[in-house]
Design a protein around this ligand. Structure first.
Ligand code: SF4
Length: 374
C-alpha cells in the first residue's frame, strides 16, 4: 500500500553530524507552508489514479516545529485531495526540545497516532557533542508527554558508535528507552557524512571515530539485548514490539509506491521515481510558477527494480522467492545456487520455506551479500 511523506526542512540548530536538507533560518517558514499546500494540490491533480494511502509521515528537518493547527491544516489538505485509510498510520518526527504535552495533545486530536523522537543518547556529554538542542531530561519528559497525550506508539532514534562510547554507556541508553515504555527503536551508528562539521572535526584530528570492530560489537550487543527484550529486528536498524512495526517504513522496504512533498523529498509511482528541488528557494520558485518542483526523474528499469527489491527485502523481511519470480522473472535460487549455499553453510543466509533471509551473522555482511545477488 502506498504512503505519503512530507519534508519539513527547518531546524532550530543544525546537528554536527547531519547531512539531511534543513535550514536554520525561519524567514520563509510561512511561504513554505503555503507552497506545501499548493504542491499537495498540484500533485493530486496530475496523479492518474487515486489509490488509498495507508500512512502519512512528517519527516525533516524538524516537523515538530509545526503547531498543531499547521499540522492539522496539512492533514486536512491531504485528506481532501487523496483517499486516506480511516486507520492510516500518521507519524510525526519530533525533536524533544520542541514539544510539550499541549502540542502533542493537539497533534493527537488532528489524527497523529505515532511519534518518533530523535533522542540519540541519554548522556548529557553525548548530546552536547552531537549539538542536540535538548537535554536527556527533556527527552524523557517529551516521551512521557506523548504517552499522556494518548500516543502510545513511540519510536526513539538512538545512536551508537559515538567517540569513546563504551558498551556500558550504550546499554544505559537502551535500558532508559525500555524503561520509558517505547514500542519501537531505530538504532544507527554515527557515520561521518562528507561536508558536515563532524567530517571537519575528524579531518582536523579533533575527533577520533571508534574502530570498525567496536561498531560491530555494539551492533551485536544491540541485537542481543533487544531480542532478549522482545523487540523484533524487522530491518537492519529497526526493532519493534509485537504489533508496532512502522507501516510507513515498510512501504519503502517493501518497494512500494509513495509520494513525497517539500524540498528534497522523493517519490515513486508506477515505475517512475522523481526527486524534488532541494534548495528551499528553488522549490518555492517552482511552486509559485505553478510547476511541480521536481529537480529530476527517471523511469525505473527492470534491472534497477530487481536490484533494489533484493537490497531492500534482504535488509528487512527477506525475499519471498515465488513473489520475486512473479515480479521480476527468473529464479534467484537457481541463478545463485552455489553462492547462496555457501552463505547458508557459513550461517549468513537461511531459507525458511520459500523465504531467503539474512541471519544475525549475515546482517553484519549485508552489503556484500546484497551485491553478490544483485
Ligand atoms: S534535528 Fe534532525 S534534521 Fe535537524 S539538524 Fe539535527 S539531525 Fe538533522
Amino acid at each position: 500500500m502506498p504512503g505519503l511523506y512530507l519534508h519539513i526542512p527547518f531546524c532550530e540548530k543544525k546537528c554536527i553530524y547531519c547531512d539531511f536538507y534543513s535550514i536554520e533560518s525561519f524567514r520563509q517558514y510561512d511561504d513554505f507552508l503555503s507552497a506545501l499546500h499548493r504542491e499537495i494540490a498540484m500533485r493530486a491533480d496530475v496523479l492518474p489514479e487515486h489509490t488509498s494511502f495507508h500512512s502519512i509521515f512528517f519527516g525533516g528537518g524538524t516537523p515538530s516545529l509545526l503547531t498543531d493547527v499547521q499540522l492539522g491544516g496539512l492533514l486536512d489538505a491531504l485528506r481532501s485531495r487523496f483517499r486516506i485509510d480511516e486507520d492510516a498510520e500518521i507519524t510525526v518526527e519530533c525533536n524533544p526540545g520542541t514539544v510539550d504535552e499541549d502540542k502533542l495533545r493537539g497533534y493527537r486530536a488532528a489524527g497523529v497516532n505515532r511519534l518518533s523522537f530523535g533522542v540519540q543518547s541519554f548522556h548529557a556529554d553525548d548530546l552536547q557533542f552531537l549539538s542536540r538542542i535538548h537535554t536527556a531530561g527533556e527527552a524523557e519528559a517529551a516521551i512521557g508527554a506523548a504517552q499522556a497525550a494518548g500516543v502510545g506508539d513511540v519510536n526513539l532514534d538512538l545512536m551508537f558508535s559515538l567517540p569513546g562510547q563504551t558498551p556500558e554507556r550504550w546499554m544505559h541508553n537502551l535500558e532508559r528507552a525500555r524503561a520509558l515504555g517505547t514500542t519501537h527503536l531505530s538504532c544507527y551508528s554515527l557515520t561521518v557524512e562528507q561536508g558536515t562539521p563532524l567530517a571537519n572535526m575528524v579531518r582536523n584530528g579533533m575527533v577520533t571515530m571508534p574502530p570498525e570492530e567496536s561498531d560491530a560489537a555494539l551492533f551485536d550487543l544491540t541485537m542481543d539485548t533487544l531480542s532478549e527484550w522482545e523487540f523484533r529486528q524487522y530491518e537492519v536498524s529497526n526493532y519493534a514490539r509485537e504489533g508496532y512495526t512502522c507501516r510507513h517504513n515498510l512501504t519503502y522496504w517493501r518497494h512500494e509506491d509513495y509520494l513525497g512533498f517539500g524540498p528534497s523529498a522523493h517519490g515513486t509511482w508506477r515505475g517512475r521515481r522523481w526527486w524534488n528541488l532541494s534548495s528551499l528557494q528553488s522549490w518555492l520558485d517552482a511552486v509559485a510558477a505553478g510547476r511541480l518542483p521536481e529537480a529530476g526523474g527517471e523511469t525505473l528499469t527492470a534491472d534497477t527494480l530487481r536490484s533494489e527489491y533484493i537490497y531492500l527485502r534482504l535488509r528487512s523481511e527477506g525475499i519471498h522467492l515465488p513473489s520475486f519470480t512473479r515480479l521480476h522473472g527468473g529464479d534467484l535460487l537457481t541463478a545463485h545456487r552455489r553462492y547462496i549455499d555457501s552463505c547458508i553453510a557459513a550461517g549468513q543466509l537461511r531459507l525458511d520455506g520459500d523465504t531467503l533471509s539474512l541471519t544475525r551473522k549475515g546482517i553484519l555482511v549485508c552489503d556484500e551479500i546484497c551485491a553478490a545477488l544483485m
